[in-house]
Design a protein around this ligand. Structure first.
Ligand code: MN
Length: 230
């Protein structure tokens, strides 16, 4: 069984179920759960989850007026998770805020508010229902992201996704390849090409666990985690 550490968020249930449905065994970790770094040390994979904004001071910017902090201690804890995971080449799936944390932890920066900073942006904040399709993304062929999503891609490159974010990756950290963008140019997925499995998406695949549209993302993580633990 592949043990998948999950960075705790206010709403972790869908992530846990999506991992179980993909054959993994999830376990929540956070700055306030004792022994979390020990759990990470014996985990076979990591999922970074959604949540509030990363403090822009970490990437050297002033706070935009829309800034909404994550839970106290979460930025520091999750940055430590990213660095530990990269050092061990731990298979990692980063989702929404998780993608943003990963990018900042490794030296990238963020668009702090899409409606304010991306002219002509599509609506990236469709809150309910959580699995409502909000916009399409264009996925790069020849990427791991494409391979994972292949059964869900139409017209050679188009994938329909949900969207609940007002921030996004601006400058991708070194070593990452952008693998999906929305029609307004917002970065919606990236992957660390030198890692055995390190994929980040800006949408919320975990909200589809009932219908399985994005199960292949979690299955990819679990497969990489299992081959590591074997
Ligand atoms: Mn979006």
């Amino acid at each position: 069984m592949a043990l998948i550490a999950v960075a705790q968020s206010r709403r972790t249930a869908d992530y846990l179920e999506a991992i179980r449905r993909a054959g993994g065994e999830p376990i929540e970790i956070s700055a306030s759960i004792e022994g979390s770094m020990d759990v990470l040390a014996r985990a076979d994979g990591l999922v970074l989850t959604g949540g509030g904004d990363v403090d822009p001071a970490i990437y050297g910017e002033e706070r935009h007026s829309t800034f909404e902090a994550a839970e106290p201690g979460r930025d520091e804890f999750e940055i430590a998770l990213v660095r530990a995971a990269m050092n061990r080449d731990l298979p990692c799936l980063a989702i929404c805020r998780g993608m943003q944390v990963m990018n900042v932890a490794l030296g990238g920066s963020l668009v702090q508010d899409i409606p304010d900073q991306v002219p002509g942006a599509v609506n990236h904040a469709v809150r309910e229902p959580r699995y409502a399709i909000a916009h399409e993304v264009w996925v790069s062929p020849d990427s791991r992201t494409f391979e994972l999503l292949s059964e869900h891609i139409e017209d050679g490159e188009v994938c329909q996704v949900n969207s609940r974010h007002h921030q996004a990756v601006k400058r991708a950290a070194d070593g990452f390849e952008v693998t999906a963008t929305s029609p307004d140019g917002v970065i919606e997925a990236m992957e660390h090409t030198a890692s055995s499995f390190c994929v980040a998406v800006q949408w919320h695949p975990e909200n589809f666990w009932r219908t399985g549209e994005f199960r292949t993302l979690f299955e990819g993580l679990v497969r990489a985690a299992k081959s590591r633990s074997a």
